[in-house]
Design a protein around this ligand. Structure first.
Ligand SMILES: *[C@@H]1O[C@H](CO)[C@@H](O)[C@H](O)[C@H]1NC(C)=O
Ligand SMILES: *[C@@H]1O[C@H](CO)[C@@H](O)[C@H](O)[C@H]1NC(C)=O
Length: 249
């Protein structure tokens, strides 16, 4: 009997806990206010760097770094693979645009963020960049400057035992990268002269390499970001994050 009682208490406690906790840096905005969307935008701007560290209390993982799946590129005379890749730097993101449409027609959630990021990985490369042969295997550090990603999602509502939650789906995105610098250690088995010349050439023609490399990386960053925001949404009800929210029927 006592066990059942304790289990029951535990369930109530967990349920309450799941919906009452919000990190102190998130201040719910008032839904019935002309300033609602702007308030959410300011909230997002201010809490972005904390949010990327994760919220263990809500089962939200950190996204700095983002662990990437292995990347394999084979085309245009170049074979390139990255394993154990991690993207660092989302913590320093700036929110440069935000739009939210909630409660009026099709519901959408759009955000644009800009950051300086670095990718670390074990690389293997063999082939040519334009005309220049390149070959090697070792540690790679790739610095990308002012990567801007714009993300448009549909916003839907899901219900569970806790209540009503928001959920992002059907992402569309585009991106722009201002500059990339590659540092590939141990090119040509450590032949420094050959390595330095080739790396310089690769860096002068970074756009060529990034045309192949950026799409799979950005895709994974977008996927991880949305998954993480949805983890947050799944553990807080709409009423918990938006003051005075009620659904129009
Ligand atoms: C909610 O947070 C708890 C940790 O407090 C976590 O174990 C659980 O997976 C989260 N639920 C969802 C739906 O993400
Ligand atoms: C990225 O770094 C450059 C050069 O240091 C700096 O001018 C820029 O403001 C940084 N961008 C972001 C989004 O932090």
């Amino acid at each position: 009997m006592l066990t059942i009682y304790l289990v029951f208490l535990a369930i109530i406690y967990n349920t309450n806990c799941g919906d009452s906790y919000l990190p102190p840096y998130i201040q719910p905005c008032e839904y019935h206010s002309d300033n609602f969307v702007n308030c959410v935008k300011t909230q997002m701007k201010n809490s972005l760097s904390e949010f990327t560290k994760g919220i263990p209390e809500l089962g939200v993982p950190s996204i700095d770094p983002v662990k990437l799946d292995d990347i394999k590129i084979d085309g245009n005379g170049l074979k390139l693979s990255f394993t154990g890749a991690e993207m660092h730097g989302l913590r320093g993101s700036e929110l440069t645009d935000f739009k939210l449409n909630l409660g009026n027609g099709p519901e959408t959630f759009s955000l644009t963020f800009k950051s300086n990021m670095s990718l670390t990985a074990k690389y293997e490369i063999d082939g040519r960049i334009l005309i220049l042969p390149i070959q090697g295997k070792g540690d790679a550090v790739i610095l990308t400057q002012n990567v801007e990603v714009s993300l448009d999602c549909k916003l839907s509502h899901v219900n569970d035992a806790l209540g009503e939650h928001l959920k992002l789906s059907s992402p569309n995105y585009k991106y722009n990268i201002e500059k990339t610098t590659f540092d590939l250690k141990n090119l040509f088995n450590g032949n420094k002269q050959l390595a330095d010349t080739t790396l310089q050439f690769a860096n002068e023609n970074w756009q060529q390499l990034m045309d192949e490399l950026a799409p799979p990386v950005i895709k994974q960053i977008v996927k991880t970001t949305i998954k993480t925001i949805n983890k947050f949404f799944a553990n807080v009800t709409i009423q918990r994050i938006i003051k005075g929210y009620s659904r129009k029927s």
